[in-house]
Design a protein around this ligand. Sequence first.
Ligand code: ATP
Length: 425
Amino acid sequence: MNIELINTGTELLLGSTLNTHQQWIGQQLAALGLELARQVAVPDTADAIQDAVRDAMGRADFILTTGGLGPTSDDVTREKIAELLGLRLCREARIEAGIQRFFEERRRSMPAQVLIQAQVPEGAQVLENAHGTAPGLAIPLPPKPGSTLKAPRLLVMLPGPPRELRPMFTQHVLPLLRQLAPSQDQYARRILRTTGVGESVIAEKIEPALRDGLQAGLEIGYCAHTGAVDVRLIARGPQAHAILAQAETTVREFMGEAIYGENDDRLEAQVVQLLTAARQTVALAESCTGGFITHRLTNIPGASAVVLAGAVTYSNTSKTIFAHVDPAILQSFGAVSPETATAMAEGIRRALQADYGIGVTGIAGPSGGTEQKPVGTVYIALAQADGTKVHSSINRYERESFKAITSQQALDLIRRALLASRPRP
Ligand code: ATP
């Protein structure tokens, strides 16, 4: 089924409003096994809206428009689409009464022009708006030649404000889509989340082994985030679930512990979960990450049972006071060194009597680098009962990405240590 989205709003093109509808609607559809075939944002002008709808009607089975259903002069979506489709607009008394009630309940006087929202193109289904005065509208469209849809194709208009659009989408649009869409057992999707390996390396590893699945119609996609790559597997048709299960087994076999979760799982959540399961604790001394690793861990419910402390030991003095780093180490090796990272991890672990200690030190830049230790140099130490290991890398990014990548590496270091220490089944 070809679904197209038309977002109206000059503010979207001026960049003053971020088009969150596109992302949110895309996510809702994906969860149903559906995908947007195309999305376009157009200004609030008659020509732009009509051109976009005319264009989409040549291809789409389901057209969704957002915005422009309100009462002001720049809200022209309803009127211009009705005009394009040659449909008369009729005032609906039931909607008018609802709008009047909306104002009465809020003890506000009603400007006459808001009643324009009670105009309905003939033949349209009215979709109730529980959070505003502009109802949505669903208009059946003439069939496309050769269409195999289960019901007439549709054009649905929803209002712009997200707090109105989202519940209306869930309540009204999803059931309409279900009527049209092929059944769910013909579609299977899984996202496997990885860290520590680049996307081209992943592709090189898994694609030869997935050849059979690819021939059977398996789709593979890669989505690189900061310090992580999602591998997306999609299968369609009567064998969808079997093809997907086989592909997932293969990817897991090749990627092993680089996979930290599925779908919306977060790396920090897995660390908290593994610590909780092992009844173990962590304490952190963070320099160049400024507390970001602790921030990520403490975003996870249940972190208080396993995260004992996170000290931002930015200066040498603070490394000595809070992480008990011997000043001689700082003097001999420098604040950014494997030795200092080790001393930070071991010191904070000892001070808090934690099972794991993490120490992070590096040069975020843009200045402060040397030939031996260029900007981006980072040392992450993980201390535990049987010793300390140090990860080093050069994360040459601007400061926020530097923190994000470094935090990802630190979380991955402890995650892998926790996995390795799990009792074998
Ligand atoms: P209203 O009755 O509020 O005028 P409307 O249906 O006419 O509703 P618009 O005027 O197009 O909707 O948009 C109203 C508000 O909704 C915008 O100011 C903006 O904040 C938000 N909005 C509109 N489109 C989007 C979008 N694509 N993504 C995020 N927010 C949006």
